[in-house]
Write a protein that binds this ligand. Sequence first.
Ligand code: IVH
Length: 699
Amino acid sequence: MPAPSLRHSSIDSAALGPEEAAEAVSDLVAAIGYHGQRYHAEDAPEIADADYDTLYRRLQAIEARFPELIREDSPTARVGAAPAAGFGKVRHAIPMLSLGNAFARQDVQGFLDSVRNFLAELRADPAQAVEVLAELKIDGLSCSLRYEHGLLVQAATRGDGQEGEDVTANVRTIDNVPHKLTGDAPDVLEVRGEVYMTDADFLALNARQQEAGGKLFANPRNAAAGSLRQLDPAITRARPLRFFGYAWGEVSRPLGKTQAEARAALAGFGFTLNEPSRICRSIDEMIGFYDEIGNARATLGFSIDGIVYKINRLDLQQRLGFVSRAPRWAIAHKFPPEQARTRLNAITLQVGRTGALTPVAELMPINVGGVMVGRATLHNEDYIAEKDIRVGDTVVVQRAGDVIPQIVQIVPELRDGDPPKWQPPTECPICHSAAVREPGEAKRFCTGGLICEAQAVERLRHFVARDAFDIEGLGAKTVTEFQEAGLIRTPADIFRLKREDIEGREGWKDLSISKLLKSIEDRRTIPLDRFILALGIRQTGQTTARLMAKHYRTLEHWQAAMIAAGDPESDAYKELLNIDGIGADTAKDMTDFFAEKNNLDALADLEAQLTVEPFVPPAGRDGGALDGRIVVFTGTLVQLSRGEAKARAEGAGAKVTGSVSAKTDYLVVGADAGSKAAKAEALGVKTITEDEFIALVAG
Ligand code: IVH
């Protein structure tokens, strides 16, 4: 099939009449579809990327002038098709957090126990019930809507929890989001909740997409996310999104004394709530609600993936506070994952950026709870051996939320004969270096390190990922292209790119090169936590990177501490393990990284190109009453549990340690204090009572 011809292509988009525009749109959609197919599916592009972009932008321009011409199958409406740049960034005044998960009754009990333990008065009085509000956990994407003097002024996605994208124009197109609040709303009100699509709207949207030959969405959540993150609000308007409010961020005046009162207030301002909800006074009542909703799940008309339990009293929520990225006062009780059976066609290997080889199940594609699944992780060779998984078997596939699909078990009675057992690889499928399994490791690793293409590409992709360096115009695709062309081999090479290197490459023009070089330049200064994340240290995700940055503050300090911590007898090692959220495994990955000379060389090379900014605590937390102070507790506290006391001290900026030294600023002395009080006196460390401590952290 030849490339479709383009009518009216010589007329400027601003000069097109309605009929010409309709014909131009129809031709452009066909042409972009054709060239997209040649490029993505057939790997045989006929036109330069820049020319493709020109078609795309012309279509966008015409659609902007004639929104009624936007078709459901428009390539501009597809997820991933929209340019990554385009949305402004919004810093959340109060971070948008996630929730811890419970899967079984005992996890829910664990949650209640930890709440009781944290709140000394509840621990002292087991008979005193604590009210919990149980509500639906909607499977959409969270959004924060800011109202000032009753008017919607800004809407932002959650993003990484600290910073999201400005989707105000798109949120304004959602029917049940009030533009103006009713009732007596606070002057400043940030309402948080979930943007979602109902099952019926999702099915209808996919039917339209299918008819038009467009892309199908895997589930209502993806459809909602793809529809909200459209650069053109006219497209969002054409997608039936809805919003449920269930939480809040900044408020100029409290919404009530309890979660239930706050919900009622939100309803009064004009928001739709995720109902039903129920106040529970025991674990049996909570599980009762969970079971009831679980049974009625298919009849709700929208997707939920569990129940959220929230401590009802807001003063208790306040005291319970947060650990890492989740509140202590709430937990998500997830529904069991969805499962289906299919045939295992083959087992292939994937090489990760650290060189880990992961066996992957290639499946006969199957619909699991609304999502087509064609591949699933098999984790490692022990997993395959343990479950006796063999090619040709019928297997049970499961998925839960965003988790990568898994093979739960095989169906033995459907096995055909006695197929051979799977043999673990002896070499890397990419670079053919030896694949070895170290004692104590579950996985095999490619030993090809720096020479293995898979690792180089993966390392670079990780380096430029959104939560790491996030260089505009240098996404996974470009980084791969540059790596394959030999322009960049290590992360530091990115900062050595020159105009001449890129000039003459297909799809690059003067302007796009200048833009790229500028965004690389802009990233020569980078916050410490992003830098740490970008290094790709094994198992070091965003949470660990933040913990490191928060604790060690500067690159120099962190690096010196990690090198010193290589000695397990050292104080540096003990300090590392003492950080809340860092276990022995993470500590080992961290010190292993610094023990490798290649890594130190690569780090030095990179640091010569960059300015790494010291960690700055998020707004509102600095300047705490105990900022930078070291606090030790001893003896029995009466009003606060140890957990709450520690959390309050840390909330006020202090570091809590276990033993008194000359560096200690305050020793908080409870009843029956032992030797620590004497030691503090000998060292001249200030001792204070529990009451004094409470007053101090209250500021
Ligand atoms: S409360 C500080 N309530 O679940 C806690 N979240 O897995 C704020 N979610 O990021 C969240 N339904 O996007 C809360 N009824 C509900 C929810 C809910 C869905 C989402 C939310 C959150 C995620 C955590």
